[in-house]
Design a protein around this ligand. Structure first.
Ligand SMILES: Nc1nc2c(ncn2[C@@H]2O[C@H](COP(=O)(O)OP(=O)(O)OP(=O)(O)O)[C@@H](O)[C@H]2O)c(=O)[nH]1
Length: 425
């Protein structure tokens, strides 16, 4: 009989630090051969590109990517195919699955425990939830036990804070991340709240998800019976029934049917802004400082006039981080550029602009913390069209383009590896 491969499932809210953790684990794997499966809710899998750039793995060679949907529902069949294919085509001894920030981890774990093709090859090691600690404190400080705002059994609209509770209740291990942005008293309150909400989970405080991989991988903390029982028990209590329900397979079946698509249940949608023209540095900086409140997460690549650097953008909550990842290939001397291109035949190339482009995934919600909204589709469409118009206005105009005289900008990073953080006002 072949040994099963342990699987770590990474969960956590949009921008909590899951990809940062994945990169950290890959860089400190210490002899482990990791394979990763990355799910992004947008149509562009920004996370998979970042992980491929920062590691020795490549997409389709150690990295499987599933985009434009959620592992916990419509991508379940694709997940099954992807992990079976990974096990056939690539030698590894541990799989790390990064679910999108709007996935519920329990249905993802269930695939590895109940689907025969997958369950025969894999064993869930742990569900690791990466917590955006400042966001958690902003949402739940002052409560004795973090409370859902809505009934999970009802078909009602739910705020993202309810999803955060789902992700924490399923966790075997919680990384309280972004502690650099918390006061000691807030960290003590976080520990107390987590102890009330999920007493069986181990908690670890981290900055930039830096954790000893031995504390996260190969920990064997997942227990399907306990995990399912606890969260079902809590749901029954939420429904006022008091007793945990039994654990027969009918219940799994029922859970499958009551699972609503998270983007619908939590009112989240995404769009991609693409342009083959650079942003004007001053106008772009103004846009980044003044993103609409409805934008919960944005990430991708930006082309800004006045610098030859490709900029990687990542906004989570109040901060917008831009990192210079290196010069655009199109700006390199011809020999170097041609050599680079012959080594990277997959590099998307435009006749006039080469690899220079902007591609930003924007994730927005039309809900406030109570789950209230007027008309989700109309509101989200409004957010998208207003932001698209602003971003388009932020691009250099024909006249500016012809003049082509942009002073080197000091608002944006200009050296490889350099970072600039904008604060939303
Ligand atoms: N200040 C601070 N920023 C952090 C920390 N960890 C991660 N970040 C930043 O937060 C942003 C989001 O981090 P990611 O690792 O991409 O988050 P994610 O959970 O993978 O995001 P999604 O996949 O979009 O849900 C990035 O700009 C990170 O650099 C931290 O401990 N402190």
């Amino acid at each position: 009989m072949t040994a099963t491969i342990p699987v770590t499932i990474l969960a956590g809210s949009l921008g909590a630090g899951k990809t940062t953790l994945l990169n950290h684990l890959l860089q400190h794997a210490d002899g482990r051969d990791l394979a990763v499966l990355i799910n992004d809710m947008g149509e562009v899998n920004v996370d998979a590109e970042l992980v491929a750039e920062g590691s020795e793995l490549d997409v389709d060679d150690g990295i499987a990517e599933l985009s434009n949907g959620c592992l916990c529902c419509e991508l379940q069949d694709d997940l099954e195919t992807a992990v079976v294919r990974l096990a056939r085509s690539y030698e590894f001894d541990h799989l790390v699955v990064e679910s999108s920030g709007i996935s519920e981890p329990e249905p993802v774990a269930r695939l590895f425990t109940t689907t025969s093709r997958v369950a025969a090859r894999y064993d869930v090691d742990a569900i690791v939830t990466v917590l955006d600690t400042p966001l958690f404190i902003d949402t739940f400080a002052g409560e004795a036990v973090p409370e859902r705002r809505t009934d999970p059994a009802a078909e009602s609209d739910r705020p993202l804070s309810d999803l955060l509770i789902e992700q924490l209740e399923a966790a075997d291990l919680i990384l309280c991340n972004k502690t650099d942005r918390c006061e000691p008293a807030e960290l003590a309150e976080t520990d107390a709240l987590l102890d009330a909400l999920r007493p069986t989970a181990e908690t670890i405080h981290t900055e930039f998800s830096a954790v000893d991989p031995d504390r996260v991988l190969g920990v064997d903390r997942f227990d399907p019976a306990t995990d399912a029982q606890q969260s079902r028990g809590r749901r029954d209590q939420d429904r006022g029934q008091g007793q945990p329900s039994d654990q027969n397979s009918d219940h799994d079946h029922e859970a499958d049917h009551t699972h609503r698509h998270p983007s619908e249940a939590y009112g989240v949608d995404s769009f991609v802004f693409r342009a083959r023209r650079p942003f004007h540095p001053d106008r772009f900086a103004d846009i980044l400082r003044d993103l609409p409140a409805a934008v919960v997460r944005s990430k991708g690549t930006a082309w800004v006039a006045g610098t030859d650097m490709q900029l990687s953008l990542s906004q989570a909550g109040p901060s917008v981080r831009l990192t210079a990842t290196g010069p655009w290939v199109a700006t390199l001397p011809a020999l170097e550029r041609d050599l680079y291109r012959s080594n990277r035949p997959d590099l998307e190339w435009h006749d006039e602009f080469g690899d220079r482009r902007t591609e930003l995934v924007v994730i927005a919600t039309a809900r406030d913390d109570t789950g209230e909204h007027n008309d989700f589709d109309t509101e989200i469409d409004g957010v998208e069209s207003r932001l698209r118009a602003r971003l388009t206005d932020g691009l250099v105009t024909e006249t500016e383009w012809d003049r082509d005289a942009f002073a080197p900008t000091n608002s944006f990073p200009v050296e490889p590896g350099e970072e600039t953080v904008f604060r939303r006002e």
